[in-house]
Design a protein around this ligand. Structure first.
Ligand code: GLU
Ligand code: MG
Length: 471
């Protein structure tokens, strides 16, 4: 398959007269990093891979260097990480695209390996692949993502320039429309020229867009995508975010997937993950003829509830994302479930005989790393299946239900992950220890910033600078 893919790609590169191809990979935050290479180098990379610096794995969300890379063991006690060494990235031919907004530029997603061919232990895409390989069913995922469209009102200047581990002032933007006219057609039409460009770009990229709408906040947009198998869905999310941000900037606009920008009237954005298991013939295994969910679906749901606290780190990995978890906000505040209930953490959709029966987990923020978020859901759900867990009765008043509260901060969620046996077993101690350190570096900088300052429930200037233009 690799070989056929390569021959095909060679033809395509010539036919499209490409001048560069971006070799892209997912960093630990789920952001797309890339190097652009000439066509001969690209063709060589298809067969032999391409060297990159391991550094993007070791940087926190402000480019802060978290590990002492130049000491023995790379500050991680891992000989193979000493000295910020090279990795080899190997393009995955099935992910190739020609970028609609960048003439004659191709794009391909790569997997990371050490130079001796060992798969790279911190690769989020590999981590998801490993989870999928362990599961005998297909994991089917649908993306429902909210984000903000704004207009850029200043040129990038020295004030926006930061330093490693400290971002400059976030770029100033203006709202696209006044907001709070839910699903307003005229509100949407103010954004239509940009949304149309985006829809065209998603189409050319083969991203299975279903709908675009004007959400609640000023310039808040929601996009939904058709269900895909899990790895494709994760790749779709990575490309969707980076494509949206790039197309918008080229139009003088700004897109952010930060959950709650520190701007007047900005309501939280969520990333709801629709999920089900199907057999190899595509039959939905969560669907039942006489119940809301099959026994498999119920145990999977119970697994999501049982591991909700540690899994929150992967669904909501930023300081900012925890500001979503408020009562009566359409975002959950505790680990509960309901049937078609938008206040519950897991909203069951479908029902008896419905082949589209699925679980919508509403816990995620749009900035989450898609590979880790999706892998954590599968690990939690399948543990529920393995232990035949029972989710208990549904919660019709989710904000009053007697259920465990979700972590109230990134710190609480990281502590829950540190104590959790499931994710240590499934993702490996090496990955968990690494990830805890990475996220605690970000959290530590936030805590330092807040020292001596008064804070409230509102997002801070620190968050705005840290996340607005990173996600
Ligand atoms: N914005 C809400 C959230 O943060 C979701 C709104 C909706 O249900 O569409 O999850
Ligand atoms: Mg929505």
């Amino acid at each position: 398959m690799q070989r056929a893919g390569i021959a095909e790609l060679k033809k395509r590169v010539r036919k499209e007269k490409l001048s560069l191809v971006r070799l892209a990979w997912a960093d630990p935050h789920g952001a797309s990093r890339a190097k652009a290479v000439s066509i001969p180098v690209f063709l060589d990379a298809l067969a032999n891979g391409y060297n990159i610096n391991v550094a993007t794995t070791t940087l926190d969300s402000a480019g802060g260097r978290v590990f002492q890379s130049f000491t023995r063991g790379g500050g991680m006690g891992l000989a193979e990480m000493t000295g910020s060494p090279n990795l080899v990235i190997v393009p995955d031919p099935s992910t190739f695209r020609v970028l609609p907004w960048a003439p004659r530029v191709g794009w391909i997603l790569c997997d990371e390996y050490f130079r001796d061919g060992t798969p790279f232990h911190f690769s989020p895409r590999r981590l998801l692949r490993k989870q999928l390989a362990k599961c005998k069913h297909d994991f089917i995922v649908g993306l429902e993502v909210e984000w903000y469209l704004a207009r850029v009102v200043e040129e990038v200047s020295e004030q926006n320039v930061g330093a490693p581990g400290s971002r400059g002032r976030a770029l100033r933007t203006a709202p696209f429309e006044p907001g709070y006219s839910y699903h307003s057609e005229t509100g949407m039409d103010l954004m239509q020229p940009v949304l149309s460009e985006l829809a065209t770009a998603y189409g050319k990229l083969g991203l299975p867009l279903r709908s675009v709408e004007n959400e609640w906040g000023p310039g808040q947009v929601e996009c939904t995508f058709a269900a895909q198998s899990a790895l494709d869905a994760a790749d779709t999310m990575l490309l969707f975010r980076t494509a949206t941000r790039q197309v918008c900037r080229r139009l003088g606009c700004f897109a952010t997937f930060m959950a709650r920008p520190a701007l007047k009237g900005y309501y939280a954005s969520g990333w709801h993950l629709h999920q089900s298991l199907s057999d190899r013939n595509g039959k939905n295994l969560f669907s039942s003829n006489d119940d809301l969910l099959s026994p498999l679906g119920k145990s999977f749901l119970a697994g999501l509830l049982a591991h909700a606290a540690p899994a929150t780190v992967f669904a909501t990995p930023t300081v900012n994302g925890y500001r979503r978890f408020r009562p009566n906000s359409l975002a959950p505040d505790r680990a509960c479930w309901g049937y078609d209930h938008r206040g519950a953490m897991v909203r069951v959709l479908g029902g008896p005989g419905d082949p589209a029966t699925r679980l919508e987990n509403r816990v995620g923020e749009p900035a989450a790393n898609p590979y880790l978020y999706i892998a954590s859901q599968l690990a939690a759900g399948m543990d529920g299946v393995a232990r035949k867990l029972d989710p208990g009765p549904r919660d019709d008043e989710p904000y009053a239900a007697e259920r465990p509260m979700l972590p109230k901060s990134l710190g609480e969620a990281l502590d829950a992950l540190e104590r959790d046996a499931l994710f240590r077993r499934e993702f490996g101690d090496v990955f968990i220890e690494y990830y805890l350190r990475l996220k605690r570096s970000e959290l530590g900088r936030y805590d330092k910033w807040t020292e001596g300052r008064e804070t409230s429930d509102e997002p801070t200037e620190w968050e705005q600078n840290e996340y607005f233009d990173f996600f």
